[in-house]
Every structure is written in structure tokens, then in C-alpha cells.
Design a protein around this ligand. Structure first.
Ligand SMILES: Nc1nc2c(ncn2[C@@H]2O[C@H](COP(=O)(O)OP(=O)(O)OP(=O)(O)O)[C@@H](O)[C@H]2O)c(=O)[nH]1
Ligand SMILES: [Mg+2]
Length: 198
């Protein structure tokens, strides 16, 4: 199987939610733990990039390696990806935001099985939406790190801006709701309501 590591980004401000999204329990399990569990089903090597290591230390994240950022100088998810990638030696990275409550393990397993078939010129394999790529739930080739650092060193901070510069393969997504990210109290109410109905 293709070599894969995971990076989970847990350094956002959660300003729309008003409290740390990573710690919100969904079905009794903190969201970061839920996302970690999905990543763990795909690879044993997982990095959590965050300025708040001590906040997450007591969560159940077996085998997790934290990559700390400066809490006074967070620079957004694109820089978070670069900080994670600098540690990674596998060919591919699975990047996940920490606010994805609807991920489904079998879908990830299907994707991982296909990674070897992605044409080598593509720097990433991501789903598309009406506005562009879905950068926070998908696969990146670790060899694209120099390109990413170039972009960042020139002041770039936008995933869409960076991804426009290089070929990206399209990840097929038959169930777009799995990419739903929970940003606001209303989003959360929707997710917990679905939880109760199940
Ligand atoms: N490590 C790291 N992750 C980040 C940073 N900024 C955002 N993220 C993560 O990127 C993902 C997407 O973040 P968003 O949902 O767009 O925003 P947010 O900052 O979490 O929340 P808002 O303040 O409401 O925009 C989440 O998993 C965040 O934790 C950062 O500076 N460092
Ligand atoms: Mg979000």
C-alpha cells in the first residue's frame, strides 16, 4: 500500500463557534478525537499541528505526535500544512481539519486504495465544490513541500491561490455531506440533531 501519514490541523480560532471546536463532544466524543480516529484507520503516523498542545494532551489520541505552533503568531491552515509536511517522510499526506464531524472510514479506505493511481504530475488529490477545491480533507504529495514553501515565503496564505498554480487531481465524492465542517452553533445543532435521530 502507498505510504501515507496524517496531518490534522487544530489551530483555528473557532471565533464563529465561540468555543474550541476540537473539544466539542459529538456523540460523547470530542471532535478532534473523532477526526483522529478516522486518520488512524488509514495510517499509524499522525501529526496534530496546533498552538495548544496542553489543551489536547489528555484526549485519546494514541500514537499522536504534536507539532506546536506559536500561539501568538498563528498563520492559518496553509502554513499549518507546511509545518506538518516538514516532518513527513511518506509519499502522501492525508490532511484533515479538526471540525469534520461526518467523515466515514470506508470512504477513506476506498480513496487510500486508489492513491497509487494518481498521475505523478498532480501535487494533490482533492474534492471540488462550486467555489474551488476542498483543501482541508484530502491528499497531498509530500514532494510538493518546496512549492508550498515558495508560495508561503512570497506571502501566500490562501489554499485556493496556491492550488491554482499546479495540477491537482479530482477526488470523486459521491457523498458531499461527509465534508461538512462544523463552524457555527447552528452547524453544531444540525449535527447533534442528526446524531440523536440515528
Ligand atoms: N494548525 C493550525 N490550524 C489552523 C489554523 N487556522 C485554522 N486552522 C484549522 O483549519 C481548519 C479550518 O479552520 P476554519 O474552520 O476555517 O476556521 P477556524 O479558525 O477554526 O474558526 P473561525 O475562527 O470561526 O474561522 C480547522 O481545523 C482549524 O483548526 C492555524 O493557524 N494553525
Ligand atoms: Mg471550518
Amino acid at each position: 500500500m502507498t505510504e501515507l501519514s496524517g496531518i490534522i490541523l487544530a489551530g483555528g480560532k473557532s471565533s464563529r463557534m465561540g468555543k474550541d471546536k476540537a473539544l466539542i463532544p459529538i456523540g460523547g466524543v470530542p471532535l478532534l478525537e473523532k477526526v483522529y480516529h478516522v486518520a488512524k484507520s488509514c495510517t499509524n503516523k499522525i501529526y496534530v499541528v496546533t498552538p495548544w498542545v496542553e489543551r489536547y494532551e489528555d484526549l485519546y489520541l494514541p500514537g499522536c505526535e504534536f507539532i506546536p505552533e506559536d500561539p501568538n503568531h498563528t498563520q492559518g491552515p496553509l502554513v499549518g500544512l507546511a509545518r506538518g509536511m516538514e516532518k513527513i517522510v511518506t509519499e502522501w499526506v492525508l490532511l484533515l481539519a479538526c471540525d469534520l464531524p461526518n467523515l466515514q472510514i470506508p470512504v477513506f479506505h476506498d480513496w487510500v486504495r486508489e492513491l497509487d493511481n494518481i498521475q505523478p504530475q498532480n501535487i494533490a488529490w482533492l474534492a471540488k465544490n462550486d467555489y474551488g477545491w476542498e483543501p482541508l480533507c484530502g491528499f497531498y504529495r509530500t514532494s510538493c513541500l518546496p512549492l508550498l514553501l515558495d508560495f508561503i515565503n512570497q506571502g501566500g496564505r490562501s489554499f485556493q491561490g496556491w492550488l491554482k498554480l499546479y495540477p491537482v487531481a479530482t477526488l470523486p465524492l459521491s457523498t458531499p455531506h461527509i465534508l461538512f465542517n462544523c463552524n457555527t452553533p447552528d452547524d453544531l445543532r444540525m449535527v447533534t440533531k442528526e446524531d440523536e435521530l440515528e
